[in-house]
Ligand binder design. Sequence first.
Ligand SMILES: NC(=O)c1ccc[n+]([C@@H]2O[C@H](COP(=O)([O-])OP(=O)(O)OC[C@H]3O[C@@H](n4cnc5c(N)ncnc54)[C@H](OP(=O)(O)O)[C@@H]3O)[C@@H](O)[C@H]2O)c1
Length: 159
Amino acid sequence: MSSLKDKVVVITGASSGIGAASAVKFAKHGCRLVVNGRKQQALNEVADRCVAEGITRDNVAIVRGDLKEDGVVNEIIRTTLDKFGTVNILFNNACYHSLVEGPISINGKVESLDEMYRINVRVPYMLIQGFIEELIKTKGVIINCSSGYSVVPVTLLIQ
Ligand SMILES: NC(=O)c1ccc[n+]([C@@H]2O[C@H](COP(=O)([O-])OP(=O)(O)OC[C@H]3O[C@@H](n4cnc5c(N)ncnc54)[C@H](OP(=O)(O)O)[C@@H]3O)[C@@H](O)[C@H]2O)c1
């Protein structure tokens, strides 16, 4: 798929799972990458796997940090535009994972709900806002990863 060569791809939650696998796959197609997550070691390993697919280490920018902090979100935007000068694909993949971060239930903490909204809605909104001008110029793509849980009522909510 030669059309992806040199495209700039931003992936949140790229230190594991779907985000990490996507980073490696995009690298295989010759993309330049900006990857975010909280675990430095895991991000380094993803960068190494991207290099093993044939791109240079300079073409993988790591922005480590917790997306709960606006500064980290802004750093992703700044790093992308300063380093690569453009963006073609924004992959909003990181999520508040109720199995990892704590359940959202009617008996749960209301703070968990705030956190879920922040990571799953506010962060993608901020990133889209920061990149939209450039994405329109490049006729780019925004991918928002969701879950079946967002459309299927689950009894887990009442525990
Ligand atoms: N796996 C599934 O079966 C499944 C099903 C439906 C939907 N999905 C969706 O697919 C996407 C990825 O899921 P996954 O299973 O691949 O998840 P995962 O392996 O648990 O990875 C989640 C990623 O998000 C990052 N992340 C979480 N909170 C963060 C925060 N506050 N700041 C920065 N990074 C943060 C994690 O970084 P660190 O680990 O470095 O902190 C990690 O890289 C999610 O949007 C999820 O809703 C997955």
